[in-house]
Ligand binder design. Structure first.
Ligand SMILES: Cc1[nH+]cc(COP(=O)(O)O)c(/C=N/[C@@H](CC(=O)O)C(=O)O)c1O
Length: 401
């Protein structure tokens, strides 16, 4: 018999498993509001025009070869990624205080950062928000860090529990690592205001807590790349050190290309070079060096003024469409007189609405209306279109009455 005869069957992933179930459903009215992946008004995945243009340039450029990239990835891509999140005029960049390595999208950037911290940082505890993206806890645990949570979401107000957040971070051991969503908090869609970010930053710096930003939706939340980077730039501006994981999956639609970057902002240029040398020892035995194609697309777009400009327009259009879906869903529930206060649908920001529906209601909506969403009540607004909003509104109405 097989040496794996006793291997237990693993459960499907709470987020990616929703798509597996959706694909199996033969219903013509099924709706996939699970995975955070953008869909057009026609319900189709979107390849941005600028991505198609960049790929044409790459294919026609006969000088491009398929050689290994360096362990740290494509140099242009790394520099441009740091500029994108920190700002072109960032003193940290001007002072060579930032080391950036190309990683396998947001997940890979988080994991490489976690492995580096587990190996070289004295405090091995990381505080992640409650709730947070389902993969965060596993990434940091598998890297060898101790994962704790800090209060984030207030189910009563459906807003930020700023008092709980400050209390929990205030009682964290000095030097602890803190995971922060740069913008468009997943799954709640609730972000701190700039004043609250300042409170968080002051507290964290006073306790020497180490910020680890996860920036997976820059430009997707407000439609502005600079607006969505403000939290990160506040921390970097104070001269403190921080980690930043970037993903191009959503804001450039490069999901399957696995394009991301990890930036570590250090106190001195010398430390930054030593950090880079140690990052290479983490990466080489993990996947050796990153894939060339996706990073080439990103750097082609970011280094060309016209392509960059056009990208910002396409990005704003995606963000705007999601905001339109929020309004349409809110109006549809009001038109039905659906019991409850649904204003959080239009107050929340980014790809997701944290509806407040419980697991029983979610299971009902899947069974009776073929709505596929995560069991915590999160729906990806990007999966909606004007055509399908009424079906979702009917399902929510039925689930709560
Ligand atoms: C906050 C956050 N961080 C990182 C990632 C990882 O993205 P990557 O593709 O590795 O660049 C995701 C993906 N979130 C969506 C997809 C997924 O779960 O993988 C989601 O929440 O649906 C996040 O929501």
């Amino acid at each position: 018999s097989s040496v794996f005869a006793n291997l237990p069957r693993a459960p499907e992933d709470p987020i990616l498993g929703v798509t597996v179930a959706y694909n199996k459903d033969p219903s013509p009215v099924k709706l996939n509001l699970g995975v955070g992946a953008y869909r057009t008004e026609e319900g189709k995945p979107l390849v941005l025009n600028v991505v198609r243009q960049a790929e044409k340039l790459l294919v026609n450029d006969r000088s491009r070869v398929k050689e290994y990239l360096p362990i740290v990835g494509l140099a242009d891509f790394n520099k441009l990624s740091a500029k994108l999140i920190l700002g072109a005029d960032s003193p940290a960049i001007l002072g060579n205080l930032v080391t950036t390595v190309q990683c396998l999208s947001g997940t890979g950037s988080l994991r490489v950062g976690a492995e580096f911290l587990a190996r070289h940082y004295y405090q091995r505890t990381i505080y992640i928000p409650n709730p947070t993206w389902g993969n965060h806890g596993k990434i940091f645990t598998l890297a060898g860090l101790t994962v704790k949570t800090y209060r984030y979401y207030d189910p009563v107000t459906r807003g930020l529990n700023i008092q709980g957040l400050l209390e929990d971070l205030g009682s964290a051991p000095s030097g602890a690592i803190v995971l922060l969503h740069a913008c468009a908090h997943n799954p709640t869609g609730v972000d701190p205001t700039l004043e609250q970010w300042e409170q968080i930053r002051r507290l964290m710096r006073s306790k020497r807590l180490l910020p680890f930003f996860d920036s997976a939706y820059q430009g997707f939340a407000s439609g502005s790349l600079d607006e969505d980077a403000k939290s990160v730039r506040m921390f970097v501006a104070d001269g403190g050190e921080c980690f930043i994981a970037q993903s191009y999956a959503k804001n450039m639609g490069l999901y399957g290309e696995r394009v991301g970057a990890l930036s570590i902002v250090c106190k001195t240029a010398d430390v930054a070079t030593r950090v880079e040398s140690q990052l290479k020892l983490v990466i080489r035995p993990m996947y050796s060096n990153p894939p060339i194609h996706g990073a080439s697309i990103v750097s082609t777009i970011l280094k060309d003024r016209n392509l960059y400009q056009e990208w910002t327009l396409e990005l704003k259009a995606m963000a705007d469409r999601i905001i339109t879906m929020r309004k349409q869903l809110f109006d549809a529930l009001r038109a039905r007189g659906t019991p409850g206060d649904w204003s959080h649908i239009i107050k929340q920001i980014g790809m997701f609405t944290f509806t407040g529906l419980n697991t029983k209601q979610v299971a009902f909506m899947t069974r009776e209306y073929h709505i596929y969403m995560t069991s915590d009540g999160r729906i990806s607004m990007a999966g909606l279109s004007s055509r399908t909003v009424p079906h979702l509104a009917d399902a929510i109405h039925a689930a709560v009455t």
